[in-house]
Design a protein around this ligand. Sequence first.
Ligand SMILES: NC(=O)c1ccc[n+]([C@@H]2O[C@H](COP(=O)([O-])OP(=O)(O)OC[C@H]3O[C@@H](n4cnc5c(N)ncnc54)[C@H](O)[C@@H]3O)[C@@H](O)[C@H]2O)c1
Ligand SMILES: O=c1ccn([C@@H]2O[C@H](COP(=O)(O)OP(=O)(O)O[C@H]3O[C@H](CO)[C@@H](O)[C@H](O)[C@H]3O)[C@@H](O)[C@H]2O)c(=O)[nH]1
Length: 706
Amino acid sequence: MDKRLMKVRQPILLKPFTAGKRVLTTFAAMFGIPRQQPSTVVSDDVMDNSTAPTTPEGSLTFSPVLQALKLQDALEDAVSQKDDLRAGSMSLNATLYTASPQVKKICCVGAGYVGGPTAAVMAFSNPSIQVTVVDRDPNRIQQWKTKHLPIYEPGLTEVVRIARDGTRACAFRNESSKAELDNMSSTTSASSECNSQCGEHLAEELFIGARPPNLFFSTEVSKTISEADIILIAVNTPTKSRGIGAGRATDVGALEAVTREVAIHAKRGAIVVEKSTVPCRTAELIQDTLNVNRPGLHFEVLSNPEFLAAGTAVNDLLNPDRVLIGSSRTPSGRQAAELLASVYAAWVPRSRIITTNVWSSELSKLVANSMLAQRVSSINSISAICEKTGADINEVAYSIGLDPRIGSQFLKAGLGFGGSCFKKDVLSLVYLAESLGLEEVAEYWQQVLKINDFQRTRFVRRVVKCLNGTLVGKKLAVLGYAFKKNTDDTRESPALEMIKALLEDGPAEIAVFDPCCEPAVIKAEIKRLIDRDEPVLKEDGGPVEVYAEPYAACADTHAILIATECDEFRNNTPLKTSGNSALRPMLADPRPFPMLEPPEASLLALHKYLVSSGPTISRDPLQRYQAQPECEVCCAQCASEEIKRDVRKGGKGNGVRGEQLDWQRICYGMRKPKWIFDGRNVVDADAMKELGVRVESIGRVGWAGL
Ligand SMILES: NC(=O)c1ccc[n+]([C@@H]2O[C@H](COP(=O)([O-])OP(=O)(O)OC[C@H]3O[C@@H](n4cnc5c(N)ncnc54)[C@H](O)[C@@H]3O)[C@@H](O)[C@H]2O)c1
Ligand SMILES: O=c1ccn([C@@H]2O[C@H](COP(=O)(O)OP(=O)(O)O[C@H]3O[C@H](CO)[C@@H](O)[C@H](O)[C@H]3O)[C@@H](O)[C@H]2O)c(=O)[nH]1
């Protein structure tokens, strides 16, 4: 038997916890778990106000990683700047980071929507760090190794290809295209006069060396954990579906399981990072599990919640508003935070890296999501008033959003928020408040969810009412199935809820189309999540059919329901495009670069610019990519992409991802009276009316009147 496992079973004699006892009891109750045995908790005289333990021997020398940071110097700096580092949030002081980080290996547990892209961007921006993503799901890991990544996010393939596959060497002119054109008429440029890197002039041509791979995907969870300096835990934390707190409390089962693995296998001094969204005080659970399994060793636990949004994940990761790191306020805690910060500092300005105590960090994530969800519910509640008064929700949102105290973002009325986070995180906050005996607070946040449900119910009622109170014998098309645009994430999709409600009225067909989702995935999900006695999918004799393109989906429909705000569905956006119908915006040329070795982010900006500058430019204009991993001959996804390519060959407006719909064609093929129910306010109702369509939009009086 593994010696470490034998050690785990030894009883540990530690002083019983006193000051933190009440909190721990509350915390255990919050999760619906029995209170931990006092013997598993470290003495509170080695704890600071965040209750995270310091080292058993009261020194920082437990961590080889931190030792490598010229620790004593850094500590003296930290102590001398103690006054600056007040209890509230703060930016990390650059002087604390002068030591070069010694992080060689990062392990990210969880290869999902957060773990995959986060690890990819970390590896992309830190070529010297080996980043390995592990997951218990071998299929998911296998997909990350192919050219068909398991999730769709704009820009993800580019970043993964660079870090996972490595690159070839390349060279390019270091002047903007405009300057290049100007230079054609002049004889010499400033840089060619000295023909060298004289320090005053920019390099005329830049050579970028080959880059070895540093992003890996593996199912060897324990081995990868055992080698890592930093372990990111990015597993799912859904709402509990059974037992105490079911339907509200967060299910930390996956996180607990990973924590056990980490506790058993992590190397001495490794830093454990909560990336998952967790209830406030979860770091205590992690610390406790580590203490129980590795008595005598100390591990720092950091909170580093992720704020990326689906559909913009790569951009959010590359340009975050802030990176939040919560640590214990002990010197070792701060040093651990600084080490993690040094990884981010490879691409994030230090002023945007914020540190707080662990609990503030954990709670901030729940609060950020709850406040955003609250804004959506607030504007949706007003949309109901607009529909009954003649006010226009877009005009109201615009008017109030100009007040900088309110701000213009997150004021789009629609079918309510979906996605894997908002609902569960508001529920988690509600449960936290209840657990703390704060009933009024719990009730306040519960209302956010109530309005969200109300919004969907209202919309479906409006559809049925306009269609004379019956859907029998009618075909409806639902455009958009993912919970928002530019993602294939269908978790908590408003479209699914809508389809469930529509089925109650017995339509002949509900046709579903989404430009980002694979039809087979939607079908499987509908089959799994819609629990009815009668068959649901057409292939089983039911009314729901999922289409790979929108024109067949919309043919012969009595009504079209728009469920996501996809740009593909707009009829009024004068998009600046690169010359054809693609929705790619024209980008600025980032050259000239002032340095000989531009960072990956600059090369990516150049790559994007070149790709955007014309439809004929290759997908690899810098000629850096290595060949993609080969698929098996009968790869289903290759076949599906082939079909989409064929559809695209048909010309403009064929509805595949990135192509705007030809609404004229769609409306022509609809049954009269033609109805469009715009659940996201994406179509220009007046332009639609000219096509002979009756439009009902959220937050506006429609064809049917008040
Ligand atoms: N999806 C988002 O946009 C988003 C954004 C910010 C934060 N978050 C938070 O990040 C966390 C992860 O979310 P996600 O959307 O990436 O979830 P996900 O379901 O896409 O991925 C989680 C992964 O963890 C793996 N996993 C679970 N238990 C495991 C174990 N014991 N060992 C190894 N792997 C295991 C699963 O197989 C899965 O692949 C959640 O807490 C979520 O609230 C999500
Ligand atoms: O004005 C708005 C903005 C959003 N939504 C809807 O709200 C939901 C959530 O949208 P968004 O927040 O953009 O996407 P998520 O991927 O759910 O991202 C949220 O949830 C993540 C997971 O925790 C956080 O990391 C992000 O910061 C937070 O924005 C979607 O259904 C949107 O359609 C609206 O209805 N109106």
